[in-house]
Design a protein around this ligand. Structure first.
Ligand code: DOR
Length: 425
């Protein structure tokens, strides 16, 4: 195993130091380190963050390998600075059995670019009718701890209660896609002034807020852990603030796109901007940013949702919802938050690692800590060219935008998965 000596790098924004990486861990930190056997990397001007952890990634395998595979998505993740991703269950077949979650987990190990932690479905086939084999998935080699029907809401309150009760036994988490389906039938975009003008059926904020309100009460009643996926409205923030003040065990995520883009993008009729939940208003964006800074929203999660060209480059009404996210998330975070390194490390690495229970991830570089880290050049700016992305899909909403920050290197247990901005395999 090669040793690496990173000279003069800032660990999460602190004064520059040297980092020696050996045998998969950070062996030493301090000024003036030497190690004759190590490959030396110049870290001047770079920031070392704990490897990013994504709690919400769609890898599409099995079933839609034309849009993404575990390997291509893992490469996109590593290039984005990630060392672990949680793979959503809406594959084909659905990840609702021990067999499918083990397959995804094994494919992740084979790719070896990030740790791929499968998420299991809550209900059989994501159909919302019957609980999936949660215990078998938890006991499998994949050791599933997060369950989600993401893409669909667990709308039946009794089933949601049962799921929360079931996972309590092993400290599992139910990650809810909060969307009251009766309120979003036929919805194409956020319900508001823009949808009225465009004549598109609206997805009202209350459809999200009503489910979050119900679920935090259920989680409190059961005493179980709830995680809320892709929070998108100012009203949801208020519900979460209230629940957290009551001591409910609830955590929440926001996506980079909900922190940056608004429903005004729908005026282009370009389906690259179609996503679920939809892009909201500038008021919502401001509330989400404030909630992220305050901690009412715990983490940034990408909801990386690759789609094949024929599923995206068509009429708005027929396009699938979703956007790429892994390769641009850190840049959007830098754009939105500025160089608040401790906040970025907390929201994109430490907190998601804690929620997912991913030991060895989410720890700042210090002697003895597993060397899962990423080196960022905050001074660099890059223009996003869809054709240059490692994802198999091209549906980035940031095409040809110039964004701050560049991932220079990513290390997974001491082995570089990215060096000089390029994947090592
Ligand atoms: O926009 C979305 N795309 N939202 C979801 O909840 C699912 C995802 C997907 O799987 O494409």
């Amino acid at each position: 195993m090669t040793a690496y000596l990173i000279k003069s790098v800032s660990v999460v924004g602190a004064a520059p130091t040297d980092l020696l990486i050996r045998d998969g861990v950070v062996a030493e930190t301090g000024a003036g380190l030497t190690a004759p056997d190590a490959t030396v990397l110049d870290g001047t001007g770079l920031v070392a963050l704990p490897g990013l952890v994504d709690l919400h990634t769609h890898l599409r395998e099995p079933g839609r390998e034309d849009a993404e595979t575990v390997e291509s998505g893992s490469r996109a993740a590593a290039l984005g600075g990630y060392t672990a991703v949680c793979a959503m269950a809406n594959t084909s077949p659905v990840a609702d059995t021990a067999g499918v979650v083990e397959q995804v987990w094994r494919l992740g190990r084979e790719a070896g670019l990030v740790d791929v932690q499968p998420i299991g479905a809550v209900t059989v086939g994501l159909a919302g009718g019957q609980l999936a084999e949660l215990g078998a998935m938890a006991d499998s080699a994949a050791r599933v701890r997060i369950f989600s029907d993401d893409g669909h809401c667990v709308a039946d309150p009794k089933l949601m209660r049962r799921a929360l009760e079931y996972v309590k036994a092993f400290d599992g988490v139910i990650a809810q896609h909060a969307e009251e389906p009766r309120l979003t039938e036929g919805a194409q975009m956020h319900e508001g002034e823009v949808s009225t003008r465009l004549g598109l059926t609206g997805w009202p904020a209350v459809a999200e807020e009503a489910i979050i309100a119900r679920d935090v009460l259920l989680a409190e009643h059961v005493g179980s852990r709830l995680h809320v996926c892709h929070v998108s409205t100012a009203g949801s923030v208020e519900v979460l603030r209230h629940a957290k003040a009551r001591g409910v065990k609830v955590t929440a995520e926001v996506t980079p796109h909900h922190l940056l883009l608004t429903d005004a993008k729908a005026e282009t009729y370009d389906p690259v901007y179609k996503v679920n939940p939809p892009l909201r208003t500038a008021t919502d964006v401001a509330a989400l940013r404030a909630a992220l800074a305050e901690g009412v929203i715990d983490i940034i999660a990408t909801d990386h949702a690759p789609h094949a060209v024929e599923d995206k480059e068509c009429e708005w009404a027929y396009a699938r919802p979703g956007m790429l996210g892994l390769e641009t998330a850190l840049s959007i975070a830098l754009d939105v938050l500025g160089p608040q390194w401790d906040l970025i490390a907390e929201r994109m690495s430490r907190a998601p690692a804690r929620i997912a229970g991913l030991d060895g991830h989410g720890a700042d570089a210090a002697p003895g800590v597993p060397a899962n880290l990423t080196l960022v050049d905050p001074a660099a700016r890059r223009t996003i060219e869809p054709a240059e992305l490692a994802s198999r899909s091209r549906n980035t909403p940031y095409a040809r935008m110039t964004l701050p920050g560049r991932i220079v290197a990513t290390f997974l247990r001491g082995e570089p998965t990215v060096l000089d901005g390029k994947a090592t395999k």
